[in-house]
Design a protein around this ligand. Structure first.
Ligand SMILES: [Zn+2]
Length: 305
């Protein structure tokens, strides 16, 4: 009896390995499995990431893909993973590279974001008339992915903190103040120890620091998220990893603040500092054209305003 039992066990493990490797292939190269029922569609070339989380009560998405072509690919992957629909979509930020694809999932998905997200989305629509038509002109694939496009703002806006119990899972939403957009959220799955850390902290890339973004706020968010002790960290953009993502960011800003601080002490103006300050250690990071926004934020932090 005993031998038969272990044989059965080997058989089922073999089947499980076989089926899961088939599945991974089926889902395409952009999908990574993080844990059972938790997947990430990793955007190409620093495009935004999308979390796909299966629950007994349907799928929860974290963001909706960089472009509508990504959103369509995500919808296809979801169909392969489960017969259940996407019921909930949590936005880590309101920018178009996370929210244009809302229409692909909603209805039936209910969309949750931090307070200020709708206003931010409406502002972008006003600032960039013809955005969707322009996007459709990029390629025939994009045009067809945009079929049926509607502007879909969040249904629910929370303030500061929110807990969502969905199926067997818990999602804790945290507002991240002044780190990237007007309404950034971290999404934390405490039981699974998986954290979606939004776009205030990116990987191997210089971030864009808008005038309201401050380095002390980024560092505070980093510390808070590290304190959750996550096993997996999925940034808004960049390859998923661990708390090392936060440590790399902290090291980068500490060095930047130190170098900008020295030049401020030496009496240099912001314009002079922008020309003089160098960070050769980060030559391999992408999006260097954003560096001047980092210097401006460091200058403000050093000056204490
Ligand atoms: Zn953004």
């Amino acid at each position: 009896m005993k031998a038969k039992g272990s044989l059965l066990l080997v058989g089922s493990v073999g089947f499980w390995l076989f089926s899961s490797s088939l599945l991974a292939q089926d889902l395409g190269p952009q999908i990574r499995k993080i844990k059972d029922g938790i997947y990430v569609y990793v955007g190409k070339d620093f495009n935004s990431n999308c979390g796909i989380i299966l629950t007994q009560e349907g799928v929860v998405l974290i963001d909706s893909g960089h472009n509508p072509t990504d959103s369509r690919a995500i919808a296809e992957a979801v169909k392969k993973l489960t017969p259940l629909p996407v019921r909930l979509l949590i936005d880590t930020e309101p920018h178009p590279d996370h929210t244009t694809g809302h229409f692909v999932f909603s209805p039936p998905a209910t969309i949750i974001a931090h307070h200020g997200a709708t206003e931010s989305m409406l502002g972008r629509e006003r600032e960039t008339p013809g955005r969707i038509e322009k996007m459709a002109g990029v390629s025939p694939q994009m045009r067809s992915a945009l079929e049926g496009y509607r502007f879909v703002p969040p249904h629910v806006e929370y303030r500061d903190r929110m807990t969502v119990n969905w199926g067997e899972r818990t999602f804790e939403l945290f507002y991240l103040k002044n780190v990237h957009s007007e309404a950034d959220s971290a999404v934390w799955l405490p039981k699974e120890r998986v954290l979606f850390s939004a776009s205030g902290i990116v990987v191997d890339q210089i971030n864009i620091l808008r005038p309201f973004v401050t380095i002390p706020d980024i560092l505070a968010a980093s510390k808070m998220m590290k304190g959750l002790n996550p096993e997996h960290v999925i940034p808004g953009h960049g390859i998923p990893g661990t708390v090392k993502i936060f440590e790399d960011t902290e090291t980068y800003y500490a060095l930047l603040l130190e170098r900008v601080g020295k030049l401020v002490k030496a009496g240099r103006s912001l314009d002079e500092i922008k020309k003089e300050v160098k960070m050769p250690e980060y030559d391999h990071w992408a999006s260097k054209e954003r560096f001047p926004t980092n210097v401006e934020a460091a200058y403000k932090a050093v000056k204490g305003n």
